[in-house]
Ligand binder design. Structure first.
Ligand code: PMP
Ligand code: GLU
Length: 398
């Protein structure tokens, strides 16, 4: 038998994708599961974007693109960064890849040496710690205080910095907490970072457009930060295009070149057809983005009001993304018959089997005692899921 490498043996499987797989298996077995585990918009990709992909096929966009992506797409991304973020980039600073996920991993692989420290505010998306481990770096977790909407403070950041710190990962709006760093909060973090000029900031802005606070800022727009920040973004969330697999980074030229070299040996350019679709997304009307944002906002309000009715849950109101992240610690130790809930993970399995609702254990996001539910699903599904969860939770006793 082939021995699996230590690198992969040490890696945890993606909890979000594992739960999605489990949901699909149960559905295939005829069980009516409401899926609130994976974070992906339930909307279809807008028509004008799909049409652009069909046209790209007809026009024979069937060959390898440049490794960093078609120049026309990178120009369109520069246009987006200028008009929406006020940030001036040139196409040679942009690298397009298979989703934001690939560009996050690429950046870490291109910058982290074995033993370098990467600061990750937690709760954090499931893949961050594992990507840092893949790059042989040491993840340094900094827990955001729930009383501060899970955001880290400048003094927490400063305390976590050591001479080995290489990268700070930021994610605003955040998956899983939905917290959004205000302009003032980013400015305060930037003030600390100015004292440590060698630290790179990896700013994951994939939920940029899904926010309920009238817009979000990028730390790259704080004075002195652009030349040491890598912005990560893509079309998955804003344009309901998770399956198309297009994301990008915007970085200082030397770093963009390094990532391009890596990508050239690893995956080459992303799908030619999906790139042309993404170009249409950035160049076309942005009305679809606002329509979907409004739907998510309505669902956020709905799910928060229903979550407040569930005994044993303490739920903060998210300012962005499409997740709620209730604290369910009060339920730990309760039981239903002989079944004891001894962790949030047990509660997730209980909800899957007894309420037929799929969600994710907060432990996968480095937060014990919490669970994550995605509300990127219909209002009816949200109402029914919360009804089932309320009833199943009421069956738990001391
Ligand atoms: N960052 C965060 C915080 C995410 O939740 C996701 C969702 N998968 C990604 C990055 C990756 O997005 P994608 O690869 O689909 O562009
Ligand atoms: N970002 C989504 C989530 O957190 C998609 C699944 C994944 O890539 O992890 O559920």
């Amino acid at each position: 038998m082939t021995q699996i490498s230590q690198r992969v043996e040490n890696l945890s499987a993606s909890a979000t994708l594992t739960m999605l797989q489990k949901t699909n298996e149960l559905r295939a077995a005829g069980i009516d599961i409401i899926g609130m585990s994976a974070g992906e918009p339930d909307f279809n990709t807008p028509e004008h974007i799909k049409r652009a992909a069909c046209e790209a096929i007809a026009q024979n966009y069937s060959r390898y693109s440049a490794v960093a992506g078609y120049e026309s797409l990178r120009k369109a991304i520069c246009g987006k960064l200028l008009s929406e973020n006020g940030l001036d980039y040139t196409p040679n600073q942009i690298v397009v890849g298979n989703g934001a996920k690939q560009e996050l991993a690429n950046t870490l692989l291109a910058t982290v040496n074995p033993g370098d420290e990467v600061i990750i505010p937690t709760p954090a998306w499931v893949s961050y710690v594992e990507m840092v481990k893949l790059a042989e770096g040491n993840p340094v977790l900094v827990p955001g205080n729930p009383e501060n909407n899970f955001k880290i403070t400048p003094s927490q950041l400063e305390d976590a910095i050591t001479p080995r710190t290489k990268v700070l990962m930021l994610n605003s709006p955040c998956n899983p907490t939905g917290c959004v760093y205000s302009r003032d909060e980013l400015t305060a973090l930037a003030e600390v970072l100015r004292r440590y000029p060698d630290i790179l900031i990896l700013s994951d802005e994939i939920y940029e457009h899904i926010n309920y606070v009238g817009g979000v800022s990028s730390i790259a727009s704080c004075p002195g930060m652009k030349d040491r920040t890598v912005i990560i973004n893509g079309v998955s969330k804003a344009y309901a295009m998770t399956g198309w697999r297009i994301g990008f980074l915007a970085a200082p030229i030397a770093l963009a070149k390094a990532v391009t070299k890596l990508q050239g040996q690893y995956t080459s350019g992303a799908s030619s057809i999906a790139q042309k679709a993404a170009e249409a997304a950035y160049l076309g009307s942005q009305e679809c983005v606002e329509e979907m944002r409004l739907a998510f906002q309505r669902r956020r309000d709905l799910i928060c009001s229903l979550a407040d009715e569930i005994s044993g849950w303490k739920t903060s109101r998210p300012d962005g993304a499409f997740y709620i992240f209730p604290n369910v610690a009060a339920l730990i130790g309760k039981h239903c018959g002989s079944r004891v809930i001894s962790s949030a993970g047990d509660y997730v399995m209980y909800l899957l089997e007894e309420a037929n609702v799929a969600c994710v254990d907060g432990a996968a996001f480095c937060a014990d005692g919490f669970i994550r539910l995605s509300y990127a699903t219909s209002d009816d599904n949200i109402r029914e899921a919360m009804r089932r969860i309320r009833e199943a939770t009421l069956r738990l006793s001391d």
